[in-house]
Design a protein around this ligand. Structure first.
Ligand code: SF4
Length: 458
């Protein structure tokens, strides 16, 4: 009993049906126990979600800051910080606005207007995570479904390149494996669960079947299943480390499912063949649909990473890495993505919102970030703060501020506000809107002075 924690009973109120702002499951059944304006306990969340919601004051950014001539971050008032940031953005030649996956769609809306105004590149974390999945969807289509459909209908659940038990802890419990569904009244007992992964992960331990194909063997393995689905005989005895008899048996099981769901993670997206792995997985789903109903879904990480891709696709036609430098939107992988722009040293002002490239980017990209002005809008101190020149402390969506996000299946979720933000912080939406207004003002003044100079020259 040493690790048993007494339940929290000392609280002022319970705020029900809040949405978790951690992973792409966007669990919207959480109850926050609030005392003295702080969330002291969370009901229904997994450990990842609960720790983010409750420990948000750890390393919290509380005041706007500007880096002074000695290289130290110095506290300033909001006007000074916003003016400095607006001045940097208005004067930039090749600005990049990166992040967005942990903020609201409403904030992105103002960010897009600002990006169009100054000819920026708008990019999000998809550039380093499910970008290849999005490229594959552009190549061969998107046989997606909603998590509700999967819960109610799926009798076969496949995880590949994803350890959902660790990365999305409630995914199996709430959506895919354990819940009772309309057509699956016995829940787990009505489903066959398969994990295809080189690792015997925690998700594999919860599955009926584990297919441990070789590292980087995904492409060959899925092609073997496709060949069997097309009625071919496999010529090799062992494919990607899996005996061909096992591949025949698995394919037969998949053909005979009533409703099959395949969830794939970065383990599939980022092994050797990258987007081609997803191409082939999508085509395998298309082949399976000749026998039964099959669908697939990427396991999106940040709670609104999908939201940025959906929002940008709707507004501009392109999902991420959207470049407005020519006055209209362009998108070219390898050219208009953040890491490429940084390693080529093209970017001259970088605004990072609700992301931490300082922690995730390759050395060359971070080195360039250290050499150019960086504006950070975030709630926590992180490696990016160490290289930021202007820091604008935002607020926590789904806890301190309301906003819209898109779940991994593309269902929009309204995230309600539960408590007040710290007095010295501002909502992300307000910050980006304020930057937009200030940059517009600078641009208008520049336009006026240029026309006056032109008139004098005449
Ligand atoms: S599974 Fe994801 S969204 Fe749900 S509570 Fe856990 S971290 Fe939050």
């Amino acid at each position: 009993m040493a690790n048993y924690e007494e339940p929290i009973t000392d609280y002022d109120e319970i705020v029900e049906n809040c949405t978790c702002a951690f992973c792409g499951c966007n669990c919207d059944d959480l109850d926050y126990l609030v005392k003295d304006g702080h969330v002291v306990a969370v009901r229904h969340a997994c450990r990842l979600g609960a720790s983010k919601i409750m420990e948000d004051m750890d390393q919290r950014l509380l005041v706007p800051m500007i880096r002074n001539e000695e290289g130290e971050l110095e506290e300033v008032d909001w006007d000074a910080a916003l003016d400095k940031a607006a001045e940097l953005i208005a004067g930039a030649v090749r600005p990049v606005f990166y992040g967005w996956s942990e903020t609201s769609i409403e904030t992105m809306h103002h960010g897009l207007e600002l990006g169009e105004l100054v000819g920026a590149v708008l990019d999000n974390q998809a550039t380093i995570c499910h970008g290849p999945s999005i490229q594959a969807v552009q190549n061969v289509g998107y046989p997606i479904f909603t998590l509700g459909e999967g819960k109610n209908r799926a009798d076969m659940v496949v995880y590949t390149g994803s350890n959902a038990m660790n990365s999305h802890p409630r995914h199996m419990a709430r959506y895919s494996t354990f819940p009772r569904g309309y057509f699956r009244p016995r829940g787990r007992y009505d489903r066959t669960v398969v994990t295809m992964d080189p690792k015997y992960s925690d998700t594999a331990k919860m599955s009926d079947v584990w297919i441990g194909f070789e590292q980087n063997g995904d492409y060959e393995f899925y092609n073997a299943i496709r060949a069997v689905l097309k009625g071919k005989k496999l010529k090799k005895d062992v494919i990607s480390g899996i005996p061909k008899e096992d591949i025949y048996e698995l394919t037969e099981k998949m053909k005979n499912a009533q409703f099959g769901t395949l969830y794939f993670g970065l383990g599939l997206t980022h092994t050797l063949s990258k987007q081609r792995n997803i191409d082939i997985a999508i085509q395998m789903i298309a082949d399976l649909n000749k026998y039964s109903k099959w669908v697939l879904m990427p396991m999106r990480g940040h709670f609104n990473v999908n939201g940025f891709n959906i929002f940008m696709s709707y507004e501009t036609g392109f999902p991420y890495g959207v470049d407005f430098s020519r006055g209209y939107q362009r998108y070219m992988n390898g050219e208009t993505n953040t890491i490429d722009l940084l390693t080529r040293k093209e970017c001259d002002v970088f605004m990072v919102i609700a992301a931490d490239p300082g922690a995730h980017y390759p050395g060359g990209a971070v080195k360039h970030l250290a050499e150019i002005p960086v504006i950070q809008i975030d709630i926590h101190w992180g490696p990016s703060t160490e290289i930021a020149d202007v820091v604008l402390p935002g607020s926590f969506i789904g806890v301190e501020a309301a906003g819209t996000s898109y779940r991994m299946d593309g269902v929009p979720i309204y995230m309600k506000k539960a408590i007040d933000k710290p007095e010295t912080c501002r909502d992300d939406e307000w910050i980006v809107k304020e930057l937009l207004e200030r940059v517009k003002k600078i641009k208008a003044e520049q336009g006026t002075s240029q026309s006056e100079e032109g008139a004098l020259a005449k």
